[in-house]
Design a protein around this ligand. Sequence first.
Ligand SMILES: NC(=O)c1ccc[n+]([C@@H]2O[C@H](COP(=O)([O-])OP(=O)(O)OC[C@H]3O[C@@H](n4cnc5c(N)ncnc54)[C@H](OP(=O)(O)O)[C@@H]3O)[C@@H](O)[C@H]2O)c1
Length: 344
Amino acid sequence: MTVVRSREVHLVRRPEGTPVHDDIALVTVDVEAGAGQVLVRNTAMSVEPYMRGRMSVDKGSYVEPYELNAPMDGFVTGVVEWSDAPDVPVGSVVVHEYGWREYVALAPSDVDVVDTDGLKATDYLGVLGQTGLTAWVGMNVVGRFKEGDTVFVSSAAGGVGAVAGQLAKAKGCVVIGSCGSADKVKSVVDDFGFDAAFDYHDGTVRVLLREALEKVDRPGLDLYYDNVGAEHLEAAIREMNDNGAIALCGAISVYNATEVVPGPRNLLLMIWRRLRMEGFIVTDHEDKRPQFLEEMTDLVRRGVVTSPETYVGHGIEEAFDGFLALLDGGAVIGKALVSLGTDA
Ligand SMILES: NC(=O)c1ccc[n+]([C@@H]2O[C@H](COP(=O)([O-])OP(=O)(O)OC[C@H]3O[C@@H](n4cnc5c(N)ncnc54)[C@H](OP(=O)(O)O)[C@@H]3O)[C@@H](O)[C@H]2O)c1
């Protein structure tokens, strides 16, 4: 048995609108690992928009809300510091779902030991983790993308968007992205290889998207990968080609809304143009993970898909501010992470 002192972030109040510091508490606890368990020191934690949903009680949501006065959770990398499990020895690099804390005692079945040969452990939070799987499922299973398609990806500099767009480029699609700053536009084009991108603050999305289509010399969209919802979705519907598809992945523009947000006003076009719009939840597609991992690991190792990441916080005391920074956008490019140790 071993005991270690650890800090963890508890939700103590359900946020109204944008979360604030009084909604959480940093709590010090003793973590005890015993027979058959491993003690993991967490190294880098993923912060993700869905966590905002889990802070509230929403009967329509697909995930359980976080409990009050208990540590929040989410994907995290770690190193095994003590082990009573022969299959997961001390020193193993692991990924598991008990983030928002410095140390955790777990059963070996709760951790995945990851292969870091030529890869970063944090790749398993981003491009090779739930983020990458979300992009892969949205493009392959829901969007059913094909070589030559014209694809539009919103939040294109984000964790999911950057991977979705790179997958489309790898497939031979023409790809347009939208994002929230000039720096992100540059990164989306120069680093992720999109054919065109725009900052949605520079005008109405409707006009900016039309201009981007003219720039890439394509009449309309075959696939829209929606991370944002609202104005972006309405603009994309307007530009869809006949028989096009819309993969509804997220709606970050409305996550902090305190009132019901109106839907797209042009749904009639869905009929006239024989469009398909399908929402999906990545956890329904676990069966695809082996195929995804094989394909994506190869793409990453060959440098076809890069795995962008931004550290939005250093240390557990900055985890919540990092989460707020992610929701806000700002300078976050790719997967948003909080380092929990110097070896993240
Ligand atoms: N369906 C699923 O199973 C599933 C799984 C994982 C994630 N998701 C969803 O996928 C989307 C992307 O997830 P992610 O983890 O990669 O996060 P992300 O795209 O990195 O999200 C953060 C980014 O959202 C953008 N954003 C914030 N407010 C916005 C607004 N009002 N309008 C437009 N963009 C805004 C910001 O970038 P800018 O600076 O560009 O505005 C910010 O950097 C999210 O909506 C998430 O909820 C869905």
